[in-house]
Ligand binder design. Structure first.
Ligand code: GRF
Length: 199
C-alpha cells in the first residue's frame, strides 16, 4: 500500500512508520512526505530515508481554498491508498476531504472526544484526569471529531509536567500508529457512519 504522510514538526511518528516499512511484510511504504512549513526535522527524516518531500505553506497561496487545491493535487500525484496526518497542524479543506476523506487518518495525543485541539496533554493535565492516551481516527470536517480506529490509554503520574506526559503519550501513540496502519493496509477497512470496520 502507498502511504503519504503529512507533518509539521519533529516527525517521530513518521520515523516509526518509516522504520516499520523497512520490513516488506509490513505491507506498506511511505511514497511521499508533505509539510506545511520548511526547516522541520521531519523533512530531514524523510530525505534521509530516500522519500520525496513537498512543502505547501498556507501563506504561499492567495487563499485557503487555493492552498487546499494545491495540497490535494500534490498528495494525489503520489496516488496514496492512505494519507496519514502525523502531527500535521493544519485543517485540510473540502477539496482534500472530497479526494481523501475515506482514507485520511490522524493521530491525536488524547483520548478523544476529550481534549481536542493542539494542547491536548496540557489540557488533560490541567483538568486533572488520571488516564489519557492517544486516538487514531479518520478525519472528517470537524476538529478531531472523525470515526475512531483505535485508542491506547496512558496513565497520568502525580509528578508529570506537560513534557513528561507528552513524551509518555507519544511512545504509546507511535506503537499504536504502526500497529493499526499495518492492520489497515493488510486487511482493508470500511467506514459506516462513525463505525470503522476492519475485517
Ligand atoms: C503527536 O503527538 C500528535 O498527536 C501531535 O503532535 C505530535 C507529533 O509529533 N498532534 P511528531 O512530529 O510525530 O514527533
Amino acid at each position: 500500500a502507498r502511504i503519504v504522510v503529512l507533518i509539521s514538526g519533529s516527525g517521530s511518528n513518521l520515523q516509526a512508520l518509516l522504520d516499520a516499512c523497512v520490513d516488506p511484510g509490513y505491507g506498506a511504504r511511505v511514497v511521499a512526505v508533505g509539510a506545511d512549513r520548511d526547516g522541520i526535522a521531519g523533512l530531514d527524516r524523510a530525505t534521509a530515508a530516500g522519500v520525496p518531500v513537498f512543502v505547501d505553506p498556507l501563506r504561499s497561496y492567495p487563499s485557503r481554498d487555493e492552498w487546499d487545491r494545491a495540497l490535494t493535487a500534490h498528495v494525489a500525484e503520489h496516488q496514496p491508498d492512505l494519507v496519514v496526518s502525523a502531527g500535521f497542524l493544519k485543517l485540510v479543506g473540502p477539496q482534500f476531504l472530497a479526494a481523501f476523506g475515506d482514507r485520511y487518518l490522524n493521530t491525536h495525543n488524547t483520548l478523544l472526544p476529550a481534549f481536542p485541539g493542539i494542547h491536548g496533554p496540557r489540557d488533560a493535565l490541567a483538568y486533572g484526569v488520571k488516564l489519557t492516551g492517544a486516538t487514531l481516527f479518520f478525519v472528517d470536517a470537524g476538529v478531531d471529531t472523525g470515526p475512531i480506529v483505535a485508542q491506547v490509554a496512558v496513565p497520568v503520574l502525580d509528578d508529570d509536567d506537560e513534557e513528561t506526559l507528552t513524551e509518555r503519550i507519544k511512545e504509546a501513540e507511535r506503537r499504536q500508529l504502526v500497529e493499526q496502519i499495518g492492520r489497515l493496509v493488510r486487511e482493508g477497512w470500511t467506514i459506516t457512519g462513525r463505525k470503522v470496520t476492519i475485517p
